[in-house]
Write a protein that binds this ligand. Structure first.
Ligand SMILES: NC(=O)c1ccc[n+]([C@@H]2O[C@H](COP(=O)([O-])OP(=O)(O)OC[C@H]3O[C@@H](n4cnc5c(N)ncnc54)[C@H](OP(=O)(O)O)[C@@H]3O)[C@@H](O)[C@H]2O)c1
Length: 226
């Protein structure tokens, strides 16, 4: 049985990805800061799962959690860097704590988690890293300037990882998508949110690209809103 680690698995896209991996018979390690949300997802999964409360902005906690996963699982076959925060403001409105939170979560958190899994994947010459980015990492917008900056950072990291692993059997898949109706938006855009894509639909498209096919490989998935 394969093992997948999903960050931000307690809601939105992360929880839908957890259900999809569970359907594929993966053991699912659910990571996030809020236990009750992870428990709710875990209870609805069809197969085996474990819960790990962690704040991915803290490298020491990340290292501790991956040590625990390592002790209780054979190996990590797939890492999904999904956890993220959204603060959608102009530069003038954004305070420095919010700047730090966006960069620390959306970029540095994914780097910390990847550093924990990559050496073993390299040793085994095997593994998948799925990076959930955003179309804001393809085209930057003034009214979400630091969110875009964080997603461009994640895109750079993902592209460099693809280069790093190009002569191996480790696959790096980057998913760029438009707006989804999730808690990322908090109180923002309540009216527009209703027309945003569902994380379930996004998951179907991502998982279709994720699955192995003979002699073809996907590295980038770009999903636009209609
Ligand atoms: N919604 C959109 O329109 C949209 C569009 C494109 C891309 N994305 C990306 O999709 C990903 C998933 O977002 P979503 O839309 O599904 O929103 P969401 O429902 O708010 O999910 C984000 C998850 O990340 C977790 N998280 C946040 N900070 C964390 C931290 N420091 N440590 C650990 N976990 C943390 C949150 O759980 P806790 O708060 O419990 O930790 C939450 O479960 C994000 O990377 C986002 O940028 C979203």
């Amino acid at each position: 049985m394969k093992t997948v680690v999903i960050t931000g698995a307690g809601s939105g896209l992360g929880s839908e990805l957890a259900y999809a991996f569970s359907e594929l018979d993966y053991k699912v390690c659910l990571l996030g800061r809020t236990r009750y949300k992870l428990e709710e997802v875990s209870q609805n999964l069809k197969g085996k799962s474990s819960i790990f409360e962690v704040d991915i902005t803290d490298p020491l906690s990340v290292a501790e959690v991956f040590k625990k996963i390592d002790e209780s699982h054979d190996s990590i076959d797939c890492l999904v860097n999904n956890a993220g925060v959204g603060i959608f403001k102009s530069l003038a409105e954004m305070d420095n704590k919010e700047v730090d939170l966006l960069i620390d979560t959306n970029v540095k958190g994914a780097i910390y988690c990847t550093k924990e899994v990559l050496p073993d994947m390299q040793r085994r010459n095997k593994g998948d890293i799925l990076n959930i980015i955003s179309n804001s990492g393809k085209a930057a917008k003034a009214d979400e300037i630091i969110y875009s900056t964080s997603k461009f950072g994640m895109r750079g990291f993902s592209e460099a990882l693809t280069d790093l692993t190009k002569d191996t059997d480790i696959r790096v898949l980057a998913a760029y998508m438009g707006n989804m109706n999730t808690s990322l938006w908090r109180e923002d855009k309540p009216a527009e949110r209703k027309s945003y894509a569902s994380p379930k639909d996004m998951t179907k498209i991502i998982m279709d690209h994720f699955q192995d096919r003979e002699n073809v490989v996907s590295s980038d998935i770009v999903i636009e809103n209609q």
